[in-house]
Structures are given as structure tokens and as C-alpha cells.
Design a protein around this ligand. Structure first.
Ligand code: SF4
Length: 357
């Protein structure tokens, strides 16, 4: 049989498609990976969609128009219920589908016991399963780079044993979904320090945590000695905005992370299928915007600009105009012609802050 696998929007090799590929190849089927939405001749069609964006939804529609109910589409971009059949789930991923040799990827644990309102993991994967897989289930022999997709590894009762395995095997680990500072403690810290944690390109040392609210930011403060211990320029904190916080809260987190000397990586909340819509409060702009405009992201200038662009968009939606110092902050380093575009159109911006008395 000929099997066509469509990767709708993955940024990294799609784990589910690689397992499907292994499954079908083991039956002697011919498998092809499709990234363009062109009609191909095959006996069975499958697609995986990770993100619930307009672009992904459009691509799903196009595939449905092409193949009707001949195609099976799964993934968190379309629904949270469809899972791989057990005999597919247990397959070793077929990295050859993507000609991918740079790193292995997979989960050791699945699910999470916490219930963060914005998060798709509990409804999708349920409570924590500490024994979802072992390294041998997805790491090819000789491969030392391992990207872990675990959602909350440190909460797992066997986390220390997993960290010990990473150390013994001399794996270079990318904690792609970040670690939870709440569970960083005296027991796992010495182990975590010995794990050779890397950025997603496996080019430099980096360990990732996340911070989504002020309470978590306080934990970073409390555990600052651990954070310092991971080394200068070796800790990135992923900060989510655009869910339910006000600007003063977002900004307090950014400032707190700057004072801890970590690299902030901001990320806008993206609603998923069945997930909560963004609940940004109407009085989002609750502080002095000049102070925000003067803020300098320590590194990752382009990433910080994403946050400024978000502020511009929201401000314009709320007040009908942009705020000039915020535009200047957005295009401080990159894309300067865009600033000129606004400067040439003074009716688009204001020099006065509308919200702050
Ligand atoms: S955000 Fe992290 S800690 Fe919260 S439910 Fe999701 S996986 Fe668990």
C-alpha cells in the first residue's frame, strides 16, 4: 500500500507521523511525507496538525477538500481526543521520514497533575504518567542529542532516576517544554546541574524554565541561588503573556527576570482547540508606558520586539492610535523603515498616553 503522511505545521519533525511511518513501513508499505498540499496518489492519507492557527485551519480545510473522508487528521491543532493506536504508539520513530539525524525526540513522561487554566496538557494527556517511555524507545543508538517533549518532568516521582540516566548516558538534553521551578529542590538540583542541557539547536548550554504569573516569579526569587548555579547566560525563562495578565504584571515579571540575570523569552498565549480563549483584561494598560518603552531586553532583541508589537496592537485596538515611544521601542534595533512608515503618518500615533493620568 502507498501511505501519504501530511505534516501540516510542525516546526520540528512530527513525532506522531514518524511513528505512523514506522508502523506502515514495518508492514511493507510505501510511505511518503508531504509538506505541500498537492493531491498525490495513495491508498491511505493521514495528516497531523499541531497548532490551532488560522493558517493551520486553512490547510486542514484544503486537505479535506482534496480527500474528503479518505484522510484522517489528528493532533492538538484539530482535536484533543484522537490518539495513536497502541500498536502505532509503541513504534520507534522513523527519523528517516524527515532525513533527520540531528537529535532524537520523545517523551519519558506524559500528562501533568497541575491544572493551569491556559494549558492543553491536562485535557489532552490527563494525569501524569511517569512511565510513558524509556530512552531506548526513541533514541537511536549512538545519538547523544535528545530533545525531550515532557511537559513537567520534575514533578514525576521518578524524575531523579531519569536525570541520573541522562548523566550516565552522557546525553545532551534539550528540555523543550521547559522545567517547572516549583519542583526544583535540593534533591534534583545537583543532578540537574550535571545534566548537559542544551538549546534547541544543540549549539550551546541552556536550561529552560517557564514563568507565567507573579507567584511563579516569586519562586524564582526564592530559588535564585539555584538559578545562579546553572551559570551565566545558561538559563532561559519562557514568559507567557496575553492570557489573563495586566501590563503591570507582565512587566513586573520581565523586570524580575532581568534582575535575576536570566534570558527572558516571551511568548504570546495561543488558544488551542477546546482551550480557554485569551482573557486579557479591558484595563490591561494599567501602568506608565514610558517605563515599559524604556525597558531593554538583555538579549534576544527580536524576541522582545514581539512583546512590543503585541503592546502596540492592543494599544491601537483600545485607543485607536499607536503610542509613539512604544513604536520607537519596537523598531529600536530592527526593521527601522517600519518606524519611518509611522512617522510619515502622524495621524496614526499619539505622543500622549491615553490611559495614564
Ligand atoms: S502549564 Fe505546565 S504545569 Fe501547568 S498544567 Fe500545563 S504542563 Fe502542567
Amino acid at each position: 500500500m502507498r501511505i501519504a503522511l501530511y505534516d501540516i505545521d510542525s516546526k520540528i519533525p512530527n513525532f506522531a507521523l514518524m511513528k505512523l511511518s514506522s508502523h506502515f513501513k514495518s508492514q511493507g508499505d510505501e510511505v511518503s511525507l508531504q509538506r505541500n498540499l498537492q493531491a498525490v496518489e495513495a491508498d491511505q492519507y493521514f495528516a497531523s496538525v499541531v497548532f490551532h492557527t488560522k493558517k493551520s485551519q486553512k490547510r486542514i480545510q484544503q486537505l479535506q477538500q482534496l480527500y474528503g473522508d479518505q484522510i484522517t487528521i489528528g493532533g492538538s491543532g484539530i482535536d484533543l481526543q484522537t490518539t495513536l493506536a497502541d500498536d502505532v504508539e509503541c513504534c520507534f520513530p522513523d527519523y528517516a521520514l524527515y532525513n533527520h539525524t540531528h537529535y532524537a525526540l520523545g517523551f519519558l513522561t506524559r500528562g501533568c497533575n497541575k491544572r493551569c487554566h491556559f494549558c492543553v496538557v491536562p485535557p489532552k494527556e490527563g494525569a501524569l504518567n511517569p512511565n510513558a517511555a524509556i530512552f531506548d524507545d526513541f533514541v537511536p543508538e549512538g545519538q547523544k542529542n535528545v530533545m525531550l517533549l515532557d511537559n513537567n518532568l520534575l514533578v514525576s516521582p521518578n524524575a531523579n532516576s531519569l536525570l541520573e540516566q541522562m548523566i550516565q548516558q552522557e546525553y545532551r538534553i534539550n528540555f523543550s517544554q521547559t522545567l517547572d521551578i516549583q519542583y526544583l529542590n535540593d534533591d534534583n538540583y545537583p543532578l540537574l546541574k550535571q545534566v548537559y542541557s542544551m538549546n534547541s539547536r544543540f549549539t550551546r548550554r541552556m536550561i529552560y524554565f517557564s514563568c507565567n504569573n507573579r507567584k511563579t516569579a516569586d519562586l524564582f526569587e526564592k530559588k535564585r541561588e539555584y538559578i545562579k548555579g546553572f551559570g551565566h547566560n545558561q538559563v532561559t525563562v519562557v514568559i507567557m503573556y496575553g492570557f489573563n495578565t495586566r501590563l503591570s504584571e507582565d512587566f513586573a515579571i520581565l523586570k524580575r527576570m532581568a534582575s535575576l540575570g536570566v534570558i527572558s523569552f516571551v511568548q504570546e498565549y495561543q488558544p488551542t482547540v477546546g482551550g480557554s480563549p485569551s482573557r486579557t483584561p479591558e484595563d490591561y494598560f494599567d501602568m506608565d508606558l514610558d517605563e515599559v518603552s524604556a525597558f531593554r531586553f538583555r538579549s534576544n532583541g527580536q524576541n522582545g520586539e514581539k512583546f512590543f508589537r503585541y503592546l502596540n496592537r492592543l494599544y491601537q485596538q483600545q485607543y485607536g492610535r499607536y503610542y509613539l515611544p512604544m513604536l520607537q521601542a519596537t523598531y529600536r534595533y530592527n526593521n527601522k523603515p517600519r518606524l519611518q512608515y509611522y512617522l510619515d503618518r502622524p495621524h496614526l500615533f499619539s505622543r500622549k498616553m491615553y490611559h495614564h493620568e
